[in-house]
Ligand binder design. Sequence first.
Ligand code: NAD
Length: 499
Amino acid sequence: MNAPVTLQRLGADAARFVAKEKKLYIDGTWVPAMEGGTIDVIDPATGKAFDRVPEGKAADIDRAVAAARKAFDDGPWANMTPADRGKLVWKLGDLVERHADELAELEALDNGKPVTDARNGDVAFSYELLRYMAGWSTKICGQTIPLSAGAPFHAYTLREPVGVCGQIVPWNFSFMMAVWKVAPALAAGCTIVLKPAEQTPLTALRLAELVEEAGFPAGVFNVVTGYGETAGAALAAHPDVDKVAFTGSTEVGKKILDAAKGNLKKVSLELGGKSPMIVFADADPAVAIPAIAYGIFYNMGQTCTAGTRLYVHKDIADTILTGLKAFAESMSIGVGLDPKTQIGPLVSQEQFDRVSAYVKAGLADGAKLYCGGNRAGTEGYFLEPTILTETTSDMSVVKEEIFGPVLVVATFDDDDIDSVVKEANNSIYGLAGSVFTRDVSRAHKVAKKLKAGTVGVNTHHVIDPALPFGGFNQSGWGREQGYEAILLYTEVKSVGIAL
Ligand code: NAD
């Protein structure tokens, strides 16, 4: 396989990992896919393959689920004290931090994202989350319940791990999305079969190496690389899986629900978004402009919470739009592995074509191109940060998730919050939203009225290991992060003792 030139930018550790033959991690051992197939791993900066991973299928999922089942039911993991479990999760966090530069480089190469964002965002968040969740291991407990109708019982609840978890994650933040699921599941005492996205499988396999190094018992954590329609579908439908946790598109989320119904396994879903950002006339442009730019262009807009719809008051629209254009045009476009890069390539040819088709459709529907819209460079999947103005609510660019660096803008002229909030809430999604104003009262009112799992005031992306994250409407079911994530990975049992 001819190595693309971007590989030369890798540090020694990441280069060593890329050079290794990749295998599935099942029951504490590294094995090839049973049918022997492989999937090419493509560098989005060049469009060239630089690695390959096993193409796991249903039979590999069966093996991995059997290992996870055994580890959950019989293994040393089941009998480990919460403190020892927590120490292992903390140790995994330490190992992730120790290898943070390497993990960031692998993510930047595999996904195309800026390595600086990967290091300070994806990877740093992941080790902090592992430590946060390690702390929960020893604090998961039930309650003593005073019985209301006077039954002669001493009654209490136990909070127990839900069991074997199938975890299916997307390509946009592949390592971090995996850790969002793995960290609470391990802290709660579950066992895991992880299926990373076929476009970005590398960091999940590196995570498995770190799990092994941390000393988790065999079968607690398993990774099967493969396609969604085969390996993913088999995992979601598997009768011996107790819970499936999925992050990805709303369309596939609905397929996960269908697949899960056979054994009525528990389901949590983190799905798509089309998040609004509302800017009132009294907003501070110096705060709003970089926050909006970061809200839409971070990770090239391939962020589920991306602020994709901008509603800006007409009195401040020129100032905000002029500032956003200058910001967008100043962003440094380049290969993800260059530390100066702010805009890397989109993840794949398919994604590039999809986003470009949306821009075309928006223009055909009457939107105006305010900046960007062109391919950048001669190879790879680079697209300029793009702003479309004069958009209306019936356009596909306003209704549908584009998942690229494309901001759609509409103005409003009413100082009252109701009509603009109604427009902002006019979406099948409800993942995030933000409001920019100096009026505290208005900020609170809008935060309460927005139908979204997370709301930012004078900022857009709001995430923290302690803060519940998830969607209203068709953006999903359940909340990750914080104690809410522990609830996703535990079941409650009531016990009554006759007195
Ligand atoms: P996707 O739905 O195409 O794929 C996600 C994962 O599901 C991949 O691992 C894929 O292989 C697998 N998959 C595909 N078909 C499957 C099937 N039939 N059965 C089981 N698994 C299947 O999504 P994507 O394109 O990888 O990611 C982008 C989407 O993810 C966007 O819609 C984005 O908003 C969403 N996302 C949501 C969040 C959140 O927290 N809400 C976070 C990140 C991404």
